[in-house]
Every structure is written in C-alpha cells, then in structure tokens.
Design a protein around this ligand. Structure first.
Ligand SMILES: O=C(O)CCC(=O)C(=O)O
Ligand SMILES: [Fe+2]
Length: 357
C-alpha cells in the first residue's frame, strides 16, 4: 500500500478485510483514515481502573460439597450484580480442545480470501457469516477486526473448510454450552428462582448458541482504532477465550477495566437477556476490544441465549418483589436482527425495551 493510501476514505479502500491488509506485505506507517474511529484526546482521558475481576471456581460448583456449591452461587450472584463479568477457572473444557479450537480458527482466517468470501455479505441472520468490522453497510468508520459468525445450536452449522474445523468446533461449542448451562442454573438459583423453571422459561432445549471468532491483526496506530466499540451482548451469557493476547476492556462503576485472563480460563459476561429476565437485577455489561501494534489477537466468543422464538420478559417473581416491571419483551430473533442490522452501540436495543422507572 502506498503511503498516501493511509489517507483514503472508506469508499476508496481496495482491501476488504484486515487480514488482507496485513497479508499484503506493505508496512503501514499510519492508519487508513476510515479506521480512525476514536479521538485519542477524548478516549485517552477515560479512566482506567486496575481491578481484579471476580473469579469463579467451576469445579466447586459441579463437584464440591453442598456448602461449597452454595458459596459459589453466592459469589456468582455478587459477580453478576456488581460486574456482569467474571473469570471461570478449573472448568472441565480440556485445555487441548481450547488449543485445537484456536488452531482451527487460525486455519479459517488463513484460507485464501476467495474461499472465505463464499460466506460474505449475506443477511444478518444467515447461519454462517464471514466479514470485517461489525456491519459495513451502516458504519461511518470501520473497526480493526475480521470475524466469523456461525449458528451452532439448535442446528449446528460449520464452514466446510478448513479440514477438521467442523469436528473441533462441534466439540468446542458442545462443551462450552454444557458449562454455560451449569452457570445459568447457578445464576438462576442466585436470584432465588426455582431451577426447574429455567429450562421452560428460556426454552433452553432449543437455546440459540452462536460462535463468534474475532481476528485482530496488529494495527499501525492502535490508539486511534478499535477492534469492537463499546456494546453489550444480546444473549444470556457469553463465554470468551483468547490466544493469550489481551485486549478486552469491561465497564465497571463508570470506568474501564483491562481484563487479563489467567491461562486456560474463560471470561464470562452477562448479556441483555439476562438483564431482562432478572428485571434489571443483573445488568448486561458494556465491553469493547482494543487492538495493539505488535501481535495478532484472536478471541473466541460463544453466546448462549433463549430459543429464537422466545419472548423473554422479567421473571414474575422478581417483579413481585420489586413491585415494578422494568422491561418489555421482544422476540429474541427480532432483538438480534435489530442489533446486527444497526451500528453497534452500547445497549441500544435493550434501551428500546426499558420501561420508565
Ligand atoms: O474480542 C473480545 O475480547 C470481545 C469480543 C466481543 O465482545 C464480541 O464478540 O461480542
Ligand atoms: Fe461482545
């Protein structure tokens, strides 16, 4: 890329993905203007909080004594109330599976652009989508990120290539779904709701699960760009792992916290549907992904929600206690479509459902 291409506006950019830019072999001395989505004078001054995120020991939840399980449920409740975010350690997803899944994801992004493009530019509810930024048809700027999004439950989908991706991703999403369901059950209990009601209320047998793989290649001026802008996730819980390169920031008490996960841990955040079903007791957490100048970051997010046809409303028991209904419901499919078809921004769809307090 010639030096002057760094100044080109979006409409003139000849590369379609970040991977293509970084593979082109030209060293970018500055960021192409269409990726300069933030003003360092403003963003540089947002306060960063150095705080440890809550840690949940999964082994004590599923294999501990009754007392230990009760303590983890209490800790989960506190993490959801105070943060909407926690790190899960001692889980039962094999380390080897986490590693092979990362390799399979690298394999996908390393395929030729023409092979990946088979999945480009389709409807936001298509079961397999590869793309760049978030939604380039509605964005003013681009984000420094390529993605692969795959619907994996109740119907499992997978790109046909690279070889092995289907088998590995099936195992990965199955194991992470089982873990997410255990966490959901415990969170439900922390709200003092009956666990038996959860499956039915959220139609979890047909729960919607999506796999999102994010690729963030090194960026020439990372302080001007973003991988993903501040947003909340649409589901109940999102389970995230990464390739050892940090970049996630979560909002906590009005400030940003850099998250540095322990090796082999999962990062878990509450989504908009957790906020709705809990009648606002457990808020979905706003988070963003930063990029850096030296290393490629890959994150693997898998989000679990109710079934696509469910209209989640606040649990009646919680409304009774708090004497006020805080949210309207919306069919989950419509909620997702709305979020994916518009610029990604904080809690924009959830805000539509909020009732005046
Ligand atoms: O890459 C990350 O750390 C965050 C990804 C994310 O927020 C998402 O995929 O919704
Ligand atoms: Fe997210």
């Amino acid at each position: 890329m010639a030096a002057h291409e760094a100044l080109l506006p979006l409409s003139k950019l000849k590369y379609s993905t970040i991977k293509e830019i970084s593979d082109s072999g030209v060293v970018l001395s500055s960021l192409p203007s269409c990726y300069a989505c933030r003003d360092p004078d403003i963003n540089g001054s947002t306060e960063i909080l150095e705080e440890e995120v809550p840690i949940i020991d999964f082994s004590l939840l599923v294999g501990g004594t009754a007392k230990q399980r009760a303590q983890v449920i209490q800790d989960l409740g506190k993490a959801c109330r105070d943060w909407g975010f926690f790190m899960v350690v001692n889980h039962d997803v094999p380390k080897r599976l986490m590693e092979t899944m990362l390799d399979a994801c690298k394999g996908f992004f390393n395929m030729r652009e023409e092979e990946k493009q088979e999945y480009n530019g389709k409807h936001v509810l298509d079961p397999i989508r590869h793309g760049t930024s978030f939604n380039t048809s509605v964005e003013k700027f681009r984000y420094w990120r390529d993605y692969l999004k795959v619907f994996v439950h109740p119907h499992f989908h997978s790109p046909a290539k690279p070889s092995g991706f289907r088998e590995i991703s099936l195992e990965y999403v199955t194991r992470t779904r089982e873990m997410a369901k255990e966490l959901l059950k415990a969170i439900w209990e922390s709200l003092e709701l009956k666990p038996d009601d959860m499956e039915e209320t959220l139609d979890l047998n047909s729960c919607f699960q999506i796999l999102i793989v994010n690729l963030y290649p090194p960026c020439p001026e990372p302080e001007l760009a973003l991988g993903i802008p501040p947003h909340s996730d649409h589901g109940l819980l999102t389970i995230l792992s990464e390739n050892g390169v940090n970049g996630l920031k979560v909002e906590h008490n009005g400030k940003w916290v850099h998250v540095k996960p322990a090796p082999n841990s999962f990062l878990v955040n509450t989504g908009d549907h957790m906020e709705i079903v809990s009648n606002g007791k457990y808020k979905s957490v706003v988070h963003q992904a930063e990029v850096n100048a030296s290393s490629t970051r890959i994150s693997i997010a898998t989000a679990l929600g109710p079934s696509l046809d469910t209209v989640v409303v606040p649990e009646p028991q919680l409304v009774k206690h708090e004497h006020q209904l805080a949210y309207n419901g919306m069919k989950y499919r419509d909620f997702i479509e709305h979020q994916q078809a518009n610029p990604l921004m904080d809690k924009s769809v959830l805000d539509l459902l909020k009732l005046q307090k």
